[in-house]
Unconditional design. Structure first.
Length: 256
């Protein structure tokens, strides 16, 4: 039977194979990082994108500890994150976006597409986080209806995705999400008038971003998001370097 079946009953091996294959093919994400302090000031690189940088909101939830990248847990990220290497093109029929370039607290270069909207009734800004194997283009597809109705949107990209440098980890992606919310404030939308939304991996980022800023937001939309990375891995849960314990956070969420 080979190395797979050594010391394992054949029926047990048959049950394990699908679970491990499911883990290796899962379109998830993980992050790593140390216990960093409050986010650094985010500087917008595009002229007219926003005035002066304000103080960012400190993370309300602790970041996970760094993983040993030389062990199996660190290697597991290669099977979890699947970044698209290019930003893509806006969904057909949408107006042009502004490209904002800024820097996260750990020096990570970041970018976002921004549509200021066409409404004059102080509409909320939707900050939308795309899923794994996604990019800017996917974000425009999910927010096309909002844009068509004149609502403003901010579509952030993450480290390692859409052509940005860096490697995705749970802690790093959470810092990227908080940097995007800081940009939203600089653009003139306070947390109380910001909607935080995301799909799949982006839903995990949206949920953690909401809690990382103390659940201060106009509302949140979490779409098709997994309960946690270990849950998705099944019997291979011990391989997971990152957790994204979304089910636990959902139970503590009071924002509509």
């Amino acid at each position: 039977m080979g190395a797979w079946g050594q010391g394992v009953r054949p029926d047990a091996a048959r049950r394990l194979r699908p679970a491990v294959i499911a883990f290796l093919g899962a379109g998830l994400i993980t992050l790593v990082g140390g216990a960093l302090g409050p986010l650094a000031t985010v500087a917008l690189a595009q002229t007219g994108a926003g005035a002066g940088a304000g103080a960012a909101t400190p993370l309300a939830q602790p970041l996970p500890p760094p993983a040993d990248e030389g062990r199996c847990c660190g290697i597991s990220r290669r099977f979890v994150y699947h970044p698209k290497p290019t930003p893509g093109q806006p969904w057909p029929g949408l107006p042009p976006f502004q490209t904002l370039r800024y820097t996260g607290t750990d020096g990570q270069p970041l970018a976002a597409w921004f549509w200021p909207g066409s409404r004059s009734d102080n509409p909320p800004l939707t900050v939308f986080f795309h899923g794994n194997a996604g990019n800017f283009e996917d974000s425009t597809r999910y927010t096309a209806g909002l844009i068509a109705a004149g609502y403003p949107v901010l579509l952030p990209e993450y480290r390692g995705y859409g052509g940005l440098p860096g490697t995705p980890t749970e802690a790093g992606l959470r810092l990227d999400a908080q940097a995007a919310l800081s940009v939203a404030q600089q653009l003139g939308w306070p947390p109380e008038n910001t909607l935080i939304a995301g799909h799949s991996l982006g839903g995990a980022l949206a949920l953690h971003a909401l809690h990382d800023q103390g659940q201060i937001a106009r509302g949140a939309t979490i779409m098709s998001t997994f309960t946690s990375l270990p849950d998705m891995a099944g019997v291979a849960r011990w391989l997971m370097a990152d957790r994204f314990d979304n089910l636990s956070l959902a139970a503590k969420t009071v924002i509509p």
